[in-house]
Design a protein around this ligand. Structure first.
Ligand code: FAD
Length: 476
């Protein structure tokens, strides 16, 4: 963009919003162009705007419409799909000043909070009432409500509580049109039939349809207690047999996570664990009443130990923290960076994390196929994920300065998505489509004979965003 147009846009926004809400200093703007996997804009956007109210959001949307400025809503930019990166210049809209929790209603079972509230902060507030918001992406210490809603996030508790789409009741949205039209869609009641379900359309739309200023979210009670067991298995098939037995015993785990033996070894090298970490790891937590603690723990221990090399248990989450039973799983991502640095012998590495899901009954097949593809392409893959809902996060480390390796990594990414589709799964479970998975989305829809769905999505995008200025280039 020309310098004069850039200055004009910044000036207009400053006049309308206030000088302290629009920044164009490159040192500030450069903080908003990158995601953790290294996906980054080549050019700097013109400015970052910090709305403090729904009215501010509306002003930004109508100004962007009038002057045809691309706008990019952002929470904490922890997306792993390229969905929050401002690739085409314009203005980033940060939700960092929209941090109010407006209302907690225990009787009506909802919390109403602004888009920039972080999930952990929300849960600190809800815990005062004995309640929680159960969707818990591993990035929850920074991930915002607006980001989680728009990326359709899930987490460790996904097997029991699902993802964002199961917990959003209503949203205040603003459209990029002449008036910056703002409206509340959905309800504050759990049951809500408002014609077509626009709320669910926005959930997972990755900031391409509307700007979200606040959300009404369902909440649930904190469990009285959670018993925890960790076991290590020589063979993945033993681990899966154990998962099947747990499910068949009418146990509905609060969390159910796994890491393959390579992921365990990498994480063990990273945190120096307190337990003997060898083999494929299964981590299970089950929520119980205090009275049922002993019984549940002994049932769980019996099932998990049957085929295991070693098993460790805790009577409560607090005890599990003290024994550091959760540390290996928490280190799944950070340990990959160290692993990649060691394997590639350099500091500047890129860790690529996949996000497919397959029916849990197909997990062993999926892991085997992913390992074969990775071997063929010369990558040392590690696999971990949410075994309860079939969501896998295979990851590889690459040298971003090696064009041949980058090309092979692209091929690997595609092959892993093909495996998901082949096994009746999906190419993206919780990280979204962004720019990285557009090809995968097309492939999945075509495999289901639903190529037309993409046309329908593009038409919907045009209705919400006629000038194509809202987070352009993403999803469709
Ligand atoms: C270490 C790590 C672990 C992770 N673990 C998980 C996990 O377990 N489960 C999971 O689901 N994800 C996970 N993620 C991905 C990501 O953290 C989550 O999806 C998170 O919910 C994104 O929140 P955010 O505030 O960073 O959103 P951002 O990355 O800023 O934005 C995400 C998307 O939402 C849009 N958006 C943001 N705010 C708004 C708004 N107010 N209005 C309209 N659109 C908006 C953006 O344009 C973008 O498309 C992980 C990421 C990292 C780095």
């Amino acid at each position: 963009m020309s310098k004069s147009r850039h200055s004009r846009i910044v000036e207009i926004l400053r006049e309308r919003l206030g000088r302290d809400k629009v920044f164009d200093n490159p040192d500030v703007v450069s903080l908003y162009i990158r995601e953790p996997e290294g996906i980054s804009a080549d050019e700097m956007p013109d400015a970052v705007a910090f709305p403090e109210s729904v009215d501010d959001v509306s002003i930004i949307a109508s100004t962007a419409y009038k002057y045809q400025i691309p706008i990019y809503p952002q929470g904490s930019t922890t997306s792993l799909s390229g969905s929050a990166v401002p690739f085409e210049g314009g203005v980033v809209i940060s939700s960092s000043r929209l941090r109010k929790i407006r209302e907690v209603s225990i009787v009506d079972s909802y919390v109403w909070a602004e888009a920039g509230v972080r999930i952990d902060d929300l849960n600190v507030e809800l815990a005062k009432y004995g309640y929680m918001f159960p969707v818990d992406p591993a990035s929850s210490s920074v991930a915002t409500i607006g980001g989680a809603v728009n990326s359709g996030a899930g987490g460790m508790r996904g097997a029991k509580y699902g993802t964002m789409r199961d917990w959003v009741l209503g949203l205040t949205i603003t459209l990029p049109d002449e008036e910056g039209t703002t409206m509340f869609i959905g309800c504050k009641t759990t049951k809500c039939r408002q014609g077509y379900d626009l709320v669910r359309l926005i959930v997972g739309s990755e900031g391409t349809l509307a700007l979200v200023s606040d959300a009404v979210l369902r909440i649930t009670t904190l469990p009285e207690n959670v018993v925890v067991a960790v076991a290590f298995y020589d063979k993945l098939s033993d681990l899966m047999e154990t998962v099947i037995e747990i499910k068949s015993s009418r146990i509905n785990p609060y969390i159910m996570e796994f890491m393959d033996s390579k992921a365990v070894a990498a994480a063990a090298g990273y945190i120096k664990p307190s337990i003997r970490a060898e083999g494929n790891m299964l981590l299970v937590g089950v929520d119980v009443n205090y009275e049922a603690t002993e019984r549940m723990l002994s049932t769980l221990r019996d099932i998990m130990a049957k085929r295991a090399l070693s098993t460790y248990t805790a009577q409560s989450f607090e005890e599990a923290e003290r024994k550091r039973l959760l540390d290996l799983r928490r280190s799944l991502f950070p340990s990959q960076v160290l692993n990649a640095r060691r394997n590639l012998g350099k500091d500047n590495v890129l860790v690529i994390i996949e996000d497919i899901a397959v029916p849990p009954s197909k997990l062993v097949d999926a892991v085997e196929m992913i390992k074969n593809v990775s071997d063929d392409l010369g990558f040392d893959v590690v696999v971990g994920g949410h075994v309860g809902d079939g969501n896998l996060h295979p990851s590889i480390g690459i040298d971003p300065e090696d064009p041949a390796m980058t090309k092979r990594a692209h091929e690997w990414f595609l092959e892993v998505m093909k495996i998901a589709v082949k096994l009746g799964g999906t190419v993206s479970s919780e990280h979204g489509i962004g720019t990285l998975k557009k090809e995968g989305l097309r492939m999945e829809l075509e495999a289901h004979g639903a190529a037309k769905a993409l046309e329908i999505m593009r038409s919907i995008k045009r209705i919400f965003d006629p000038k194509g200025i809202l987070n352009p280039g993403k999803v469709v």
